[in-house]
Every structure is written in C-alpha cells, then in structure tokens.
Design a protein around this ligand. Structure first.
Ligand code: NI
Length: 282
C-alpha cells in the first residue's frame, strides 16, 4: 500500500530533533510523497531545504497562512509572488492560504484581501490551491467565488464568442479544502467547485466526530485526499501527541471502514486524486 500525505509541516521545529527518523517511518509505512504547505516568510527556507534533500518525494507550496498576516503581509505577498515568476520554480501549489476567524477576527477584511490576491495567483500561474478555513466557511466561499467570477469576466470579454456560444462557467481552478470538518450542506457546497477535493486527516478518527457520517452521506471517495497537517491533529490512538505522516495508516483504516472498501483501495484512489489535483508532483 502506498499513499500521499498532501499536507505536512515537516519543516516545523517540532521535528528538529528527529526529522530523518520521522521521514523514514513515513516511507516505511507506505508514504510515496509528502506535500509541504508554506506558513510565512520565515518557513520558506527550511521548507525548500527539506524538499531539495528529498527530490521526487517532498514538494513545497508557496503562500501566506491566514493566521500569519501580521503587519507585514503587504510586503510579504509581493516577495512570494516574485518566487512564482522564476522559471522552473519548485512550487506545486498556492498554500496554505484562506481565512481563519477562530482565535482572531481583528484582520477580518485584510484576511479576505490577502486570500483573494493569492487565489488570483493560482489562476495566473496555473497552480492548485491549498485552502485553510476555520470559522469562515461563508466568507471563504464568497471570496473564492468572487475571484473566480472576476476571471470569467476577463476571459469572456477577450473572447466574446465564449459568452454567446455557451453558458459562462467558472474557470478551471483546482485544489483542496484542507482539514474539512463541516456539515453535509457545507460539504456539498464545497464539492460544487469542480476540481476541488476535501482534505481528510486525523479528525475523522476522533470518537465524537460527525465527519464519518457526513462523508458517508455526501462525499464520494473520488473527492478526498489524505493529509496529516503534521505536527497537528494526530489521529486516534495518537490523539494529542505530535502527528506524523506514518500515522496516516489510522486515517486510511477509518476511511476503509466508512466506505466499506479495502485499505489498499482507499490508498490507491486518494493517491490518484492527489496526483490529479497536484499535477506538478507526478
Ligand atoms: Ni497546515
């Protein structure tokens, strides 16, 4: 069995003492690839060094996390976008980006502005999005829809025949709604964005989680990618400890139970989903 962890912060300092061991355990458990979402300006270098040391296995993303805007985000974003203009840059996605109003709503508008700018990069540079959303479902859907619609207007005004010959469609954009934990209605709304997957990790194993029922009711396995969000959100029986990619086997076992499929099938289908969504990681 091989699987892909689409969301790990393995460059985090919590792994400084034993990062090589953690990686070896991941590969031994069946991880074929691990994707690394960026957090802020300071995490770019350790993330890149780690990816460069593991070519064909670890892949970096670029983006500014919604909880890390601070007071420098207007300078940080152009610096990050400049990285995307370099030929042969290594980034496979824009992430992680999004909205988080759980701890702090003081940058309510600024978070939406920064997220909208970074959704624009995904369209401009043809990369998938890794979207983080907490206590902000409505606003996230609104910003994403607004930016995608704005880009339809641009493309149809350049090509007026498109708007006449067929219904305007949302332009091709792909990605992951990371750490999905919402209701069935929210899942359906997110799945209406074609080309987007729901990222599922340790939370699905938590005893009181409503997520298994939501998945069974409205989410086909073909719309799921696996993720740890390491070092956070370790699955049962490691709950509360530092998470790592090797623990994904617990998530796979739980999904196999939810969908009445073999663990091998869950690993295979979610691997195909991940490679379809992140074509630069093939
Ligand atoms: Ni994350």
């Amino acid at each position: 069995m091989t699987y892909i962890d689409t969301h790990s912060h393995l460059y985090d300092e919590q792994f400084d003492d034993d990062r090589d061991d953690v990686l070896q355990r991941a590969f031994d458990a069946g991880a074929s690839k691990i994707f690394l979402p960026n957090i802020n300006a300071a995490t770019i270098e350790p993330m890149l060094l780690l990816a460069q040391a593991n070519p064909g296995r670890l892949y970096p993303m670029i983006g500014l996390h919604p909880e890390d805007l601070g007071d420098t985000w207007r300078e940080v974003l152009p610096m990050m976008e400049a990285l995307l203009t370099e030929a042969d840059h290594p980034y496979i996605a824009i992430g992680e980006v999004g909205l988080d109003y759980y701890w702090d709503r003081s940058l309510y508008q600024e978070q939406q502005e920064a997220f909208g700018i970074q959704v624009g990069w995904a369209i401009k540079y043809g990369l998938p999005l890794m979207i983080h959303t907490r206590n902000a479902h409505r606003e996230m859907v609104q910003v994403l829809t607004d930016v995608l619609n704005r880009n339809i207007d641009i493309s149809t005004s350049r090509h007026p025949e498109i708007s006449e010959s067929r219904n305007p469609e949302i332009p091709k954009s792909t990605g992951v709604f990371h750490c999905f934990g919402g209701t069935a209605e929210e899942a359906e709304e997110l799945l209406s964005f074609d080309g987007f997957m729901l990222g599922i990790g340790g939370v699905v194993t938590f005893k009181k989680s409503p997520l298994p029922n939501v998945l069974r009711e409205v989410v086909p396995l073909e719309r799921i990618v696996l993720e740890t969000d390491a070092p956070y959100l370790a699955p049962v029986p490691h709950r509360g400890k530092r998470n790592e990619t090797a623990f994904m086997t617990e998530v796979i076992a739980k999904l196999a139970e939810i969908y009445s499929r073999d663990a091998e099938e869950v690993a295979l289908i979610t691997t195909e989903n991940a490679l379809k969504t992140f074509p630069k990681a093939k």
